[in-house]
Design a protein around this ligand. Structure first.
Ligand code: ADP
Length: 372
């Protein structure tokens, strides 16, 4: 059966008017004849080529002899054309003596339109990607400038704040000659200045880390003793709130390579948060154990907990669930953002589990084998 559109069509019509490719092939697939439309459409002139050479690279190969023997009709395939775009035709194959007749019906305008739209969309996408890349690099530059400014401002403000703290201490030492009201004012000045200093230090740390200057100084250390020492330091602060800190070491923990100043900052921050957000007469438990090739430190408190919708946010800078601890302790909302970057810099992990009103458990891990 020849395709319907070919039925009753005389050779002249097929040659001069129809939007249809006609090719006569020999048994090896070489093109012996082509109608005018095929010659005008295909690139290069198909006569003399092998049938497979008229198709675009991504089209599946068709064996015309086999296709004719199997009486295949309306097989879609895209050919190279004289216009820029490839065109899809539906090919039908017919066995004739000493060869094969191939008819290719134009696929209709939809495919062409679709191809054009695809190319246009593709171009648009490329333009958008270029614009996004440009915007991204501009944003990165602005971010660098912001970090530079933050670092400079924090650094320059540290000195005057330091002077305020030192002079408040100096006046405090002369407390005998002060009235109670003056002493109270002084203590407010000192508390606010201490908070400001902590905020400036956090900002300075944060801007340094953001600028890619984490600068870890790794050295081999007895991790258990290190944690014991930091816990002991925090126990003195805990005592003021009648909170007990208990340390349990569950396994033999190997020595680790880490930056002791930075990891002390991590542990201090997690412990001081546990104390800050706990009520009096509660307990904070620190557990140390191995998890595969990592050592985990777990800090479990019985404090106010963190709402579910805030858990994923607290490691982001400036996220504070409440502005104060249970006894009015100040918070900057930067501590955990810094801590997270330090732990990740050591190739460790940090996460938290918490339920509101019951308490929070912070975990962080350090690898047994540090990065070479
Ligand atoms: P800061 O404590 O200075 O606000 P952090 O970045 O250390 O900053 O903590 C971010 C926020 O996470 C805190 O403001 C607090 O809302 C919450 N958070 C951290 N640790 C705890 C904890 N142990 N219990 C309850 N909330 C916590």
């Amino acid at each position: 059966m020849r395709p319907k559109s070919v039925d009753n069509v005389n050779a002249r019509f097929l040659n001069d008017f129809a939007e249809m490719i006609y090719l006569r092939l020999d048994n090896s697939g070489r093109i012996l004849e082509a109608n005018n439309f095929a010659k005008a459409t295909l690139q290069p002139n198909p006569v003399g080529l092998n049938f497979s050479e008229i198709f675009v690279a991504f089209t599946q190969t068709i064996d015309p002899l086999q296709a004719a023997q199997n009486e295949m009709t309306h097989v879609p395939a895209s050919v190279n054309t004289c216009a820029d775009l490839p065109r899809t035709f539906f090919f039908s194959f017919f066995k004739v003596t000493e060869g094969v007749d191939v008819y290719g019906e134009a696929s209709g305008t939809e495919v062409l339109t679709l191809q054009k739209t695809l190319i246009e969309t593709n171009n648009e996408l490329s333009n958008m990607t270029r614009q996004l890349q440009k915007n991204n690099s501009e944003l990165q530059k602005l971010n660098d400038i912001k970090n530079q400014f933050l670092g400079m401002a924090a650094h320059d403000l540290r000195n005057p704040i330091g002077a305020i703290i030192a002079y408040s201490d100096f006046v405090m030492d002369e407390a005998k000659s002060l009235t109670d009201e003056q002493k109270e004012f002084l203590s407010i000045i000192k508390n606010s200045s201490n908070y400001m200093l902590k905020l400036l230090d956090d900002l300075l740390d944060f801007s340094k880390i953001e600028a890619g200057k984490l600068g870890l100084d790794l050295s081999r250390c007895d991790y258990v003793n290190f944690v014991k020492r930091v816990v002991k330091l925090n126990s003195a602060i805990a005592a003021k709130k009648h909170i007990q800190i208990i340390l349990n070491v569950h396994e033999v923990i190997p020595e680790l390579d880490f930056d002791s100043i930075k990891i002390e900052q991590v542990l201090n921050n997690i412990l001081s948060n546990a104390l800050k957000y706990s009520l009096r007469n509660t307990t904070v438990v620190v557990n140390m154990f191995m998890s595969g090739d990592f050592v985990t430190v777990e800090v479990r408190d019985q404090g106010v907990g963190i709402p579910k919708d805030k858990i994923d946010l607290i490691f982001q800078p400036f996220t504070r669930v409440s502005k104060q601890g249970t006894e009015g302790e100040r918070s900057t909302g930067l501590g955990l953002a810094i801590v997270r970057r330090i732990v990740l810099g050591h190739r460790g992990r940090i996460w938290v589990e918490s339920s509101e009103g019951e308490g929070s458990t912070f975990y962080f891990t350090l690898p047994v084998v540090a990065k070479e």
